[in-house]
Design a protein. Structure first.
Length: 605
């Protein structure tokens, strides 16, 4: 049976003929190769960076498994010929990672005497460390763990004495020849950051090594250490197993080793099958207990186009293209074809059209039809951030709180309206979302957009003016918009977006929309004020004609203003004149222009 362990106690002590786990040097990560290569040159090492992770090694009996950093160091140093490897931890004292207890007892470190190894002060530790480093008949190494914590645990006087004693020792130390090879007895400090130590530790006898995040080969080994616990994996052909390992190694490209292990444990707890591991990885990234995409029914997707066409007028071609993109995102096809895109948003669209109202309405409709609520649609008009100090901070933290929104709602539809008008820092931020799908909030935290739909919009009415936009332009509208967008935006950005060019509205589409706006106003008044409004066809027709007369197909805002002037404002005046109250019904029978002002005529029924 395969043993799973984050830190397997494979290292034993007390025997001179220990059988060590064999790790080929060429399979070691570069930082470990560097350490071993310089054991004959440097007596002390400062190790910082990714120090709290798990590190993979291969055992003939158990296959790949993982170790914490101190035990990993002990493993590779033992292979290199170091016989005694001891760890010292502040407050807890000494522990034997590997070696011969009898030899160490002669050096004054008796691991059978708890009082001796549980050293409470740095002053007491100094002579034991010196004895270990000065042994000249065997190669030994001392690993001092959690060094960045000593300033919180000991008096400064003790710290200064300990560090300076061994700094001075590094200047005078010499390698020990055991067999045909000369190496130093090593003193290895593990610390959060090398700057936590005094500046005088930066000298030619002390080498600093920073451990990076695991590269793809290291991730693959960590995955191998745990994926074999999935029974389904064992049934796959070797070619399929290798293919799956390659995919998962790419999917975890931003993970530490511990993140890989934890996401696989999440999958195991849910009794997930192999094909659900990818979903577990995404859940782990976004910190969500579920991914709403997996809750979308296939019937929903099949009816999505029909529902959107009922809610959005005159954009059948655009909606068809959007629905196809949504379906591809649902099945994760882009990620399966290009695993390097794992962290990018589920879908990134660029809406190019003159109708901001339609853009926003479509975003709301997508959230409602996909996730069953419009509350997962978030709209940001980036025109509002022009000429504002610290525009990006306003978007992320203070005003719009985008960071909090994504953390709490990873499955969401986020629209950046007029993104091309945004300040440069916001544009850079959006470009990072589109191309990478993740943003570093600080040194420790990453904001993931992998389960979001990102919609950027640009207002094409700004590309043309009313006079220059002739019927000839309208015939070639799509090609003209595409040509201008290619000139306006970087190719690298456009390549990562699915472009949706909205059709210019025909007159019958605009008439339909006007009637929908009238109906919506009437419905809202009935819902909130309990007043029922009835209109004859002549009045509706008059509103329709006047709005179309004064507007064009590039500017729906003018139509909204027209409705405000002809219908909504005069309606308020009519309510006052008739002194209408909740529960009553009014019939509007006439709309006319009087003294340059629109007036409604009607009566209560």
């Amino acid at each position: 049976m395969k043993m799973i362990s984050f830190d397997m106690p494979m290292i034993t002590a007390g025997s001179k003929n220990q059988r060590w786990i064999m790790v080929k040097k060429e399979n070691l990560p570069n930082w470990a190769k560097e350490l071993l290569a310089f054991t004959s040159v440097h007596q002390q090492f400062l190790i910082d960076g990714n120090i709290y992770d798990f590190y993979p090694y291969y055992d003939e009996k158990y296959g790949y498994t993982t170790l914490s950093l101190p035990n990993y160091l002990a493993t590779i140093l033992s292979q290199e010929g170091y016989e005694n490897i001891v760890m010292f931890e502040p407050l807890f004292g000494f522990s034997l990672l590997s070696g011969d207890k009898e030899q160490l007892q002669v050096l004054g470190i008796d691991f059978d005497n708890k009082d001796m190894i549980q050293t409470n002060s740095l002053a007491e530790a100094i002579w034991k460390v010196e004895n270990l480093l000065q042994a000249n008949d065997t190669n030994s190494a001392l690993i001092v763990n959690h060094c960045s914590r000593i300033k919180e645990l000991y008096p400064q006087e003790e710290i200064d004495k300990f560090l300076y004693t061994f700094f001075r020792y590094s200047l005078n130390a010499y390698p020990i020849k055991v067999g045909d090879i000369s190496r130093f007895n090593l003193l290895i400090y593990i610390l959060d950051k090398s700057k936590d130590f005094p500046l005088y530790y930066n000298n030619s006898k002390i080498r600093t090594i920073s451990i990076p995040k695991p590269d793809i080969e290291t991730r693959k080994k960590i995955i191998q250490s745990i994926i074999v616990t999935f029974e389904e994996y064992k049934t796959l052909l070797p070619e399929r197993q290798n293919e799956l390992l390659e995919l998962l190694s790419l999917y975890t490209n931003s993970f530490y080793g511990k993140d890989i292990l934890h996401s696989f444990i999440l999958a195991k707890q849910k009794r997930s099958k192999i094909n659900k591991i990818f979903e577990a990885i995404q859940e782990y990234k976004i910190g969500s207990s579920e991914i709403l995409w997996s809750k979308i029914g296939k019937k929903q997707l099949m009816k999505l186009q029909e529902k959107l066409n009922k809610e959005i007028f005159g954009q059948e071609k655009a909606i068809e293209k959007i629905v196809k993109a949504i379906q591809s995102a649902y099945f994760n096809l882009n990620r399966l074809e290009n695993p390097e895109n794992i962290d990018r948003p589920r879908l990134t669209l660029l809406f190019a059209g003159p109708y901001e109202q339609i853009h926003k309405k479509l975003g709301q409709s997508l959230a409602k039809n996909l996730f069953q609520t419009e509350s997962l649609f978030f709209h940001f008009d980036l025109l509002e951030y022009i000429n504002k100090d610290k525009a990006l901070d306003r978007l992320l933290l203070t005003e719009s709180k985008l960071i909090r929104i994504i953390q709490e709602n990873p499955n969401s539809i986020v629209m950046f309206e007029n993104f091309d008008a945004a300040p440069s820092d916001i544009l850079d931020f959006i470009n990072q979302i589109v191309t990478k799908g993740k943003v570093n909030i600080d040194e420790q935290e990453i904001l993931y957009f992998g389960e979001a739909v990102i919609i950027l919009t640009t207002n094409t009415s700004l590309l043309f003016d009313d006079e220059s936009f002739s019927n000839d332009n309208k015939k070639d509208y799509h090609n003209e918009v595409f040509r201008i967008l290619e000139q306006k935006f970087q190719k690298s950005l456009l390549d990562n977006l699915q472009l949706i060019i909205f059709d210019l509205l025909k007159e019958e589409d605009i008439k339909w929309w006007i009637q929908k706006m009238i109906d919506k106003t009437i419905e809202n008044i009935k819902s909130f004020q309990k007043i029922t409004i009835m209109m004859n066809d002549i009045s509706r027709k008059r509103i329709e004609e006047e709005c179309i007369k004064h507007c064009n197909s590039l500017d729906m805002i003018k139509i909204e203003k027209c409705l405000q002037n002809i219908f909504i404002n005069p309606l308020s005046d009519l309510f006052l004149r008739l002194d209408i109250k909740g529960g009553q019904t009014i019939l509007i029978e006439k709309i006319e222009l009087q003294d340059s002002r629109w007036r409604l005529s009607g009566y209560m029924t």
